[in-house]
Design a binder for this molecule. Structure first.
Ligand SMILES: [Zn+2]
Length: 88
Protein backbone atom coordinates (compact mmCIF):
# COMPACT_ATOMS: atom_id res chain seq x y z
CA UNK A 1 0.00 0.00 0.00
CA UNK A 2 1.11 3.54 -0.71
CA UNK A 3 1.28 6.02 2.12
CA UNK A 4 0.18 9.68 2.11
CA UNK A 5 3.61 10.84 1.00
CA UNK A 6 3.57 8.54 -2.04
CA UNK A 7 0.01 9.53 -2.88
CA UNK A 8 0.69 13.27 -2.67
CA UNK A 9 3.67 12.82 -5.03
CA UNK A 10 1.48 10.88 -7.47
CA UNK A 11 -1.20 13.57 -7.29
CA UNK A 12 1.36 16.25 -8.13
CA UNK A 13 2.70 14.18 -11.01
CA UNK A 14 -0.81 13.49 -12.32
CA UNK A 15 -1.16 17.25 -12.98
CA UNK A 16 1.72 17.13 -15.46
CA UNK A 17 1.61 13.65 -16.91
CA UNK A 18 -0.77 10.79 -17.45
CA UNK A 19 -0.28 8.17 -14.77
CA UNK A 20 -0.53 4.42 -15.26
CA UNK A 21 -3.97 2.98 -14.54
CA UNK A 22 -2.82 1.25 -11.37
CA UNK A 23 -1.40 4.54 -10.05
CA UNK A 24 -4.68 6.33 -10.71
CA UNK A 25 -6.49 3.48 -9.01
CA UNK A 26 -4.16 3.72 -6.02
CA UNK A 27 -4.90 7.44 -5.71
CA UNK A 28 -8.65 6.94 -5.98
CA UNK A 29 -8.68 4.14 -3.43
CA UNK A 30 -6.55 6.16 -1.05
CA UNK A 31 -8.73 9.26 -1.40
CA UNK A 32 -11.77 7.20 -0.38
CA UNK A 33 -10.52 6.90 3.16
CA UNK A 34 -7.91 9.66 3.52
CA UNK A 35 -9.27 13.10 4.26
CA UNK A 36 -5.82 14.73 4.19
CA UNK A 37 -5.02 13.59 0.67
CA UNK A 38 -8.50 14.53 -0.53
CA UNK A 39 -7.81 18.06 0.67
CA UNK A 40 -4.34 18.03 -0.86
CA UNK A 41 -5.76 16.86 -4.18
CA UNK A 42 -8.44 19.58 -4.22
CA UNK A 43 -5.93 22.30 -3.31
CA UNK A 44 -3.46 21.16 -5.95
CA UNK A 45 -6.15 21.23 -8.64
CA UNK A 46 -7.39 24.67 -7.55
CA UNK A 47 -3.87 26.05 -7.53
CA UNK A 48 -3.10 24.64 -10.97
CA UNK A 49 -6.34 26.00 -12.41
CA UNK A 50 -5.66 29.44 -10.91
CA UNK A 51 -2.11 29.48 -12.25
CA UNK A 52 -3.25 28.48 -15.75
CA UNK A 53 -5.97 31.13 -15.71
CA UNK A 54 -3.50 33.78 -14.54
CA UNK A 55 -1.07 32.83 -17.32
CA UNK A 56 -3.86 33.10 -19.90
CA UNK A 57 -4.89 36.52 -18.60
CA UNK A 58 -1.31 37.75 -18.62
CA UNK A 59 -0.83 36.52 -22.16
CA UNK A 60 -4.07 38.15 -23.33
CA UNK A 61 -3.29 41.45 -21.61
CA UNK A 62 0.30 41.80 -22.69
CA UNK A 63 0.28 39.91 -25.95
CA UNK A 64 0.68 43.04 -28.06
CA UNK A 65 2.81 45.10 -25.70
CA UNK A 66 5.66 42.85 -24.71
CA UNK A 67 8.83 42.10 -26.58
CA UNK A 68 9.46 38.41 -27.26
CA UNK A 69 12.22 38.53 -24.63
CA UNK A 70 9.85 39.87 -21.95
CA UNK A 71 7.25 37.26 -22.85
CA UNK A 72 9.83 34.49 -22.60
CA UNK A 73 10.93 35.86 -19.23
CA UNK A 74 7.38 35.78 -17.86
CA UNK A 75 6.79 32.25 -19.12
CA UNK A 76 10.06 31.18 -17.55
CA UNK A 77 9.02 32.69 -14.22
CA UNK A 78 5.68 30.89 -14.34
CA UNK A 79 7.20 27.57 -15.36
CA UNK A 80 10.72 27.30 -13.99
CA UNK A 81 12.68 24.38 -15.45
CA UNK A 82 12.54 21.43 -13.01
CA UNK A 83 16.31 21.20 -12.73
CA UNK A 84 16.92 24.86 -11.90
CA UNK A 85 17.96 25.67 -8.33
CA UNK A 86 15.37 27.46 -6.22
CA UNK A 87 16.15 31.07 -5.52
CA UNK A 88 14.18 31.83 -2.37
ZN1 LIG B 1 -3.42 10.08 2.52
Amino acid sequence: MLNCNDISKLISRSMDERLAWHQRLAIRTHLLYCKWCRRFSAQTKTLRAATAQYADQLAATFEDRLTPEQRAQILQNLNPPPDSPHRH
